[in-house]
Design a binder for this molecule. Sequence first.
Ligand code: CP
Length: 324
Amino acid sequence: MAILRGHLLGLEPLSSGQILALLDLAEEADRGHLPCDSLRGRVVANCFFEPSTRTRTSFELAARRLGAEVVNFDPERSSVLKGESLVDTALTLEALGVDAVVLRHPCAGAPHQVSRSVRCSVVNAGDGMHEHPTQALLDLFTLRRAFGRVAGLRVVIVGDVLHSRVARSTWWGLSKLGAQVVFCGPPTLVPREFERLGATVCHRLEEALPGADVVMALRMQAERQAAGFVPSMGEYHRLYGLTPERLRRAGPAAVLMHPGPMNLGVEVTPAAAYGDRSLVLQQVRHGVAVRSAVLYDLLAHQAEAAGPQPLERRELALSGSGRP
Ligand code: CP
């Protein structure tokens, strides 16, 4: 039985049972228990409209390890530059035989829109400020490996929560699995509205850290500094930068996580990022297992899945959209 229903668009719609089943499947993948030819004959298209190192590379490794073919679609060298729409691009890839579109896009909801137009599976690899579900799954996987559980952990997420798709997906995953989440950062980047979700909001790092099992730093997005969210990166580092000393204040066994890429010297110092409390490189490594599990679940079970309804495709055909 497939865990997912045709696509992986976010963690918000998933149940705790589905998330735990995906983590269990990722354990199987990490132990090499998924057959290396289980996706033979399947084609996975990596479609990244924003830069990526970890997500794109680990999806490619995961697909190849399960025997799938991989197409690395490059928007900058494609007919997108001639005005072809995202949906038309996805329909074109599907017509070429693609079974799964792995999509990163600056617009929130882009993978959802594509999923309503194609028969193949769509995996959200990060959509605007909305969700990044496989990052959250690998974070949960890493926590379960480190602590043996997620339920009951106190996780302090520090930084630019407002603009972070990682924070949103990780919040859904952590809260569904019973962790306690504290968002910490300047009021401009961690507004009180997040309390409505059920999270604790704290603007002073020294108040947030004590008792934390996990401190997760988010990337400070330098491009947003001009918008005046923080006075300067130096000031941000002074108030919220994670150092070995600050981690020690969190608790004797507290660990550091960061989704990457890191701004060393801003949200985290090199000594903390690569110190003995850091799980950062384990997070990266677990990305392959988690993405293997997702692709395996979507594609090895594809025949028995209900499959998405391609309503928009018919609407597009009737309206004449999609013609060259
Ligand atoms: N964490 C993350 O999504 O990294 P990349 O942008 O390198 O894929």
